[in-house]
Write a protein that binds this ligand. Sequence first.
Ligand code: CA
Length: 444
Amino acid sequence: MKRCLLTLVCLTALAAKIPTMAETAADDVFTDDFNSKSYSQKQWIMDKCPKTARIKYVKEGADGSRCVKISNTELGAVKITRHLKGLNPNTFYRITAKVKTHDVKEGRGAVLYLDVLDKDSDQPWNASKFLYGTNGWQEVYMDFVSDAKGETFVSCGLGFPGGTYNGGKAKGTVWFDDVKIAPTPQKALYKRESKHIVLAADPKHITVDDKTVDEWLKALDKAYEAYMELLGVTPYGGAKIRILTSPGLEPGYWALAGNPILWNDNVDVKGLLQKFKTHKDWGFGILHEIGHTFSAGTAVGEGYGAWNWNDEIFANFRMSYALDKYEAVISQNTFYTGDNIAYYKRAYKKCVEKGNLDSGDAIHYTLMRIAEIYGWDVYKKAFHELYRTPDSRLGKLDTDYDKFVCLMKYLSRAAGEIVGYPVDVMRTCYTPKELDMIKAALTK
Ligand SMILES: [Ca+2]
């Protein structure tokens, strides 16, 4: 009886406390309901606002409690930021927050993100769903990966500091309340892992069995190793590449490269996995994004890769090597099996009929022809050399055509080593008319 009474007393004490505290689950590493202004002021770094903006703690929360309010009459990126420490390194965490908006416009709207754009981050574009217009309270979330030290900076913001095509910056008014950060719950992300890849997807996308997913990840491993072979490098110090589905991407972006690769929740993720199951299609979009992580700027670092005039072309080009090597299946409207060059040749033919080579895919075809003549070793040699050569040693590269010529120089040298006599690939693999068209396309 005495014990029962004691329990009752404890419960009563808890019950008395609950209304003033955020609901804290055992896994939460940080919560703030903003009800204690002094606590919040200690926890959060508040931006110095431009004259048009305000950040205030106000009693305008969902239940009339205190929350934080950010407003800006001009486009900007205003935020409060929490420095999180002591997280498990390289682990998925989820931040959730209640958000209300009034007349929010443009950029990435009202948004949660990692305050890392000015730092050396692998996931600068990671964000929650962007909220615009006028909305009542709703919960948003963002999954992110803690760094190797178990730290990160999370921000609740109006507008985003980085410029995607929409400029990132926003204006209007946003209220944030009940911020919680915890390891992403097991059930919230479907996770499978292979030698080089981790897939972390919203379970709503998964309609195939684990075995199919594992086979797909093995195909991605093969592509990863082919990229490694072609370029002689691994991105992110050889760390596994994570692929994370996310609601925080601009419409029109299928995915955004980085680690994690952010895979837009609103594209047909399900369809891609189904196509692997039914046709063994390796998945163009994801191979393309993994391809981006192998750009010299990412895989080697700043100061490398100035010869690369367009990484949309080269992300696909790296993929072409992997597909060729394994005679893999890929679809771009139609299926290609071991002949992905046919897709680019089609683009080339269309362009030439119009009298130009004004298309990345068309130029891609001409680059693949060089591999057809001298073998892929010509690219292995040239890329290995280029990835070791800092931009300062490449000479002056003013136009994209200068960059094209620079690549041709390295390819010519590599081709010469292969055949044992001097080669100029611009003569052996291109007609003068094609070079004129490429020059016109790349000096615009
Ligand atoms: Ca509150």
